[in-house]
Design a protein around this ligand. Structure first.
Ligand code: HEC
Ligand code: HEC
Length: 220
């Protein structure tokens, strides 16, 4: 009886759950979008300072995967905007950075700067490359995964409370980092445990790869 009620609930929820739209995309996701447009040319796809323009520059673009860790958000904001840079160390700004790093002034809004910084920090902690298109991944996530894994990916979807399931927390890098990209692809296509459905047949290999990238960007 209890199971029947659960099944009915489940079906009606699935039927009703038109994809909820993320009010704000996850910060690292949004930050990556900005990074690709504005920073990648010099700092490279993975932030290692090896972008296509790097060779032409006299001062190498910083390897952001190692330098950013020791910088506070306030200092990173100053470095990116060039505003108030001279106060970073209490000395002249040239003691810290040359003019080779453009000053972005008012190009980015406050939330965009936060997102950019979130992505810089993400590049510093992630151990895995982004294998698929996160934009495709976000759409699929909202459509198929959010009911259980939650809007923000922390495992508090509508269905979680109703069914008493405990999905993994996709926002915690300590939880997701130990899994390789192919581990996650496999869990998505073949399912996991009692309640994580197998999506093979509904989702393709490249859909699963796009989801992996999006899941990685959910971590903070
Ligand atoms: C035209 C090439 C270029 C572009 C585009 C560029 N940078 Fe840089 N960036 C540099 C160079 C060169 C340095 C190193 C400067 C130095 O060491 O004096 C640097 C340094 C930095 C640093 C300081 C690293 C540290 O802690 O020492 C940060 C942070 C940074 N860039 C972030 C960004 C972000 C975010 C963007 C995009 C919004 C961006 N950069 C775009 C060339 C670039
Ligand atoms: C019916 C609820 C439900 C839905 C819908 C769902 N999941 Fe899950 N998911 C779970 C549960 C519960 C777990 C924990 C499974 C376990 O470890 O026993 C889980 C675990 C996972 C894991 C971790 C697997 C591992 O290797 O430990 C990943 C990755 C994942 N889900 C991705 C997704 C993606 C992507 C979607 C959408 C395509 C999705 N899930 C849809 C319930 C769900």
């Amino acid at each position: 009886m209890k199971n029947t009620i659960h099944t009915l609930l489940l079906l009606s929820i699935l039927a009703m759950s038109a994809p909820q739209i993320f009010a704000n995309p996850p910060p690292a996701y949004e930050g990556r979008r900005l990074y690709v447009s504005y920073c990648q040319l010099c700092h490279g796809t993975d932030g290692k300072g090896d972008g296509p323009l790097a060779k032409a520059m006299q001062i190498s673009p910083a390897d952001l995967t190692t330098t950013v860790r020791s910088r506070s958000d306030t200092i990173l904001t100053k470095i990116i905007t060039g505003k108030g840079r001279q106060t970073i160390t209490g000395r002249d700004r040239h003691n810290l950075l040359s003019d080779a790093m453009p000053e972005w002034k008012d190009v980015f809004s406050e939330p965009q700067l936060k997102s950019l910084i979130a992505y810089l920090r993400f590049m510093g902690i992630t151990k895995h490359s982004l294998m698929g298109d996160p934009k495709v991944g976000m759409q699929l996530y909202q459509q198929y995964c959010q009911v259980c894994h939650g809007v923000e990916g922390d495992g508090d979807g509508i269905m979680t409370n109703l069914m008493g399931v405990t999905p993994m927390d996709h926002t915690n890098p300590n939880v997701t980092n130990p899994l390789t990209n192919s581990d996650i692809v496999k869990s998505i296509l073949d399912g996991k445990g009692r309640f994580m459905p197998a999506w093979r047949g509904i989702l393709s290999q490249s859909d699963a790869e796009a989801l992996v990238s999006y899941i990685r960007l959910l971590s903070h």
